[in-house]
Design a binder for this molecule. Structure first.
Ligand code: 5GP
Ligand code: ZN
Length: 119
């Protein structure tokens, strides 16, 4: 989608600080980090929300989640099989949750203690 910010980043039209990519998944640092590690993980194919992606291509959703875990491993937030220090994986759907970019994305957040429940 030519008017989608994240599609334009995947196409190389807008710069991205890329941390990982596969043939179908793209991960880059958030421009406004909310934690020492804040990476966005997205499918290269445009889907607006996690629900749309689950309905259209559940396998791709699995690849995006696996990509998020690979980012967490790469960033030292977890070790293989271990859970320390850990990370948070968030996806927002709709205005009340704060979705501002309508290309599904998972936030990988880590490097600090995070409150629960979130605000
Ligand atoms: P949402 O609010 O939709 O869950 O998350 C959108 C995220 O995209 C926000 O955390 C915001 O900081 C990030 N973002 C918005 N514009 C850009 C950009 O141009 N580059 C990068 N790297 N991140 C962006
Ligand atoms: Zn898009």
């Amino acid at each position: 989608m030519s008017d989608c910010l994240f599609c334009r980043m995947i196409a190389g039209e807008i710069p991205a600080d890329v941390v990982l990519q596969t043939d179908r998944v793209f991960a880059f640092r958030d421009i406004n980090p909310q934690a020492p590690t804040h990476v966005l993980v997205i499918p290269k194919e445009h889907h607006a929300t996690v629900g749309a992606l689950a309905a259209d291509d559940a396998g791709l959703l699995g690849e995006v989640v696996a990509g998020a875990h690979a980012v967490a491993l790469q960033e030292g937030l977890v070790t293989d099989g271990g859970a320390e220090p850990g990370y948070r994986l968030v996806t927002n759907t709709g205005p009340q949750a704060g979705q501002s970019v309508h290309h599904v994305h998972f936030h990988v957040l880590g490097g600090r203690r995070m409150e629960w429940p979130p605000g």
